[in-house]
Design a protein around this ligand. Structure first.
Ligand code: SAM
Length: 270
């Protein structure tokens, strides 16, 4: 199990969908549309697919016929994705540990996608993935659309004196190993750009922040709980002060706002 529940993925999906940069999503669809006709439906391989939120985001944007290969190590999430989409889309699910890059089912992909994934991985993982995909381009040019990579920024309104301390501790926690070596956390967008350019891709970035208000109260409340759980016991985070921060933040979840920065990235062979 990965620790990403269906409930949590469902809770964040609407904010994710609103946050995705529409221009970059459109460019990703254009890359798919430009696939050679002889190869049939272009294949999208979605890494860390969860219940299929990338499929839903791209399908909602365009009705282009596409074949999907959803890859995840969580069988419960893959079964949910299959149940939601198997009867209406061409979807194949594939259980795999992404950290074994050499075993990933990337063959034939026109586009490799991911959302909310690359801040979990290490720079070594990105470097290896970029090289594998670049070598694949000799037979079939393949692009990468990676959305919603956390960028380390979170702004709350109204402010609280502990916001900065909590954010710093949270960003530190984001760098802990999630099974791929030291996680990139807030560095994910920069590291991806660096590694894909070095491997011979042209890279375009766009900002894709979560912009949350009272309508997202349930998500904000979970976010506060999650952040507090991640930073509790961190150096420099006083337990009493953190409890007060949580009380304050939860009391403003319906009336305040929260912006969480992300980056979307599109890489295509240069
Ligand atoms: C933050 S969730 C994002 C899910 C989905 N892309 C979305 O946006 O809703 C990260 C996903 O990566 C998967 N994952 C994490 N580590 C993995 C690994 N080593 N191998 C395969 N999947 C992994 C998790 O199971 C989870 O579905």
């Amino acid at each position: 199990m990965s620790g990403f529940s269906i409930d949590w993925l469902d809770l964040r999906e609407d904010a994710d969908r609103r946050a995705r940069d529409p221009g970059l999503r459109q460019q990703a669809m254009q890359w798919l549309q430009a696939a050679p006709l002889a190869t049939g439906k272009p294949l999208v391989v979605d890494l860390g697919a969860g219940t299929g939120s990338t499929l839903r985001a791209l399908t909602a944007a365009d009705s282009l016929p596409v074949a999907w290969r959803l890859v995840d190590h969580d069988l419960v999430l893959l079964a949910e994705a299959q149940g939601r989409h198997g009867s209406t889309q061409r979807v194949e699910t594939c259980a795999a540990d992404l950290s074994r890059i050499e075993l990933l089912p990337l063959a034939g992909a026109r586009l490799v996608t991911a959302s909310a994934l690359f801040d979990l991985v290490s720079e070594g993982f990105i470097e290896a993935l970029a090289k594998v995909l670049r070598s694949q381009c000799e037979e079939n040019p393949v692009g990468v659309y990676a959305a919603l990579n956390y960028d380390g920024s979170t702004h709350w309104a109204p402010e609280h004196p502990m916001d900065g301390v909590v954010l710093q501790a949270f960003n530190q926690d984001q760098r802990q190993d999630k099974g791929f070596g030291p996680a990139l956390g807030p560095e994910a967008g920069d590291a991806m750009g660096r590694q894909f350019i070095q491997a011979g891709f042209a890279v375009t970035y766009a900002s894709s922040p979560w912009v949350l208000d009272g309508a997202d109260q349930a998500l904000v409340a979970e976010l506060i709980t999650g952040i507090a759980g991640a930073v509790a016991g961190s150096p420099g985070v006083d337990t009493g002060a953190l409890e007060e921060w949580v009380r304050f933040r939860q009391s403003k979840a319906a009336s305040g706002t929260c912006t969480v920065g992300h980056t979307d990235l599109l890489a295509t062979p240069a």
